[in-house]
Design a protein around this ligand. Structure first.
Ligand code: DCP
Length: 230
């Protein structure tokens, strides 16, 4: 479809129900979230919010993403405290379009990344408790709800290969085991439902394929993604 045609199509989709909707794109590191967000940014008029990575790399001059990968036991809590703040800021920002698509969420930050630090013994229980208190307060007192989670499901090995080719400086030290641990937590949270409550529908899209095939999949799932069931 040409861009103009797809924009028309979206107008039609959006008009059907004027309710505001928030869609989160979730998945392991290098699962292809950026490609997905770019695709919808280029072919729709919806609001697309990228993960605030640049902020994590520069908090008043400090690269806490880099620090965390150098020494997770020391800096994990620092990064995750700031991730939680930046995610809260994204969730609560006034919407400029009826549909918002976000890269990850405050929920995966807590249920996947913080959980992983805690479980792997890199975050003391007391830090985990304080972050959890913050998270619970945020959940009870602000609106960080989500209408649909799109889970880009990958195998950790594929993510590992992509990670090596993209060569982001901070991520050079990431071993396969780390991606396996993140993968396991995503599966527990969104597929096995063994960990935390999931209070919205989850659309699972296999994402081990190359970029062209992934774009085809986004096209196939376009209606479902832009018009999540209630
Ligand atoms: N990160 C983290 N803790 C979080 C969220 C993210 O430590 N709560 C880290 C993991 C990555 C970096 O931040 O090293 C960026 O994360 P993403 O995987 O979201 O970004 P990508 O660019 O890798 O996404 P994709 O490749 O899927 O487009």
């Amino acid at each position: 479809l040409e861009r103009d045609q797809t924009l028309e199509l979206d107008k039609h989709l959006i008009k059907k129900d004027a309710r505001k909707r928030i869609i989160c794109i979730e998945g392991n590191i290098a699962s292809g979230k950026t490609t997905c967000l770019d695709y919808f940014a280029q072919t729709t008029s919806i609001e697309v919010l990228k993960e605030p990575l640049s902020k994590w790399r520069n908090v008043r001059g400090h690269n806490i993403l880099g620090l965390m990968y150098q020494d997770a036991s020391r800096w994990g809590i620092t990064l995750q405290t700031y991730v939680q703040l930046t995610m809260l800021e994204q969730h609560t920002r006034p919407m400029i379009s009826p549909i918002r698509m976000m890269e990850r969420s405050i929920h995966s930050a807590k249920h996947v990344f913080v959980e992983n630090l805690y479980r792997s013994g890199k975050m003391p229980e007391v830090d985990y408790a304080v972050l959890s208190e913050w998270f619970d307060w945020i959940q009870n007192n602000t609106d960080v709800s989500v209408d649909l989670i799109v889970y880009l499901q990958t195998s950790p090995k594929v993510c590992y290969e992509r990670l090596k080719t993209r060569c982001r400086e901070e991520e050079k030290v990431i071993p396969l085991e780390y991606l396996e641990a993140i993968h396991e937590l995503y599966e527990e949270w969104l597929i096995k439902r063994a960990l935390f409550e999931v209070s919205c529908p989850v659309l699972v899209i296999g994402a081990d394929h190359d970029m062209q095939k992934m774009i085809e999949k986004y096209e196939e799932n376009r209606d479902q993604i832009l018009n999540p069931p209630n």
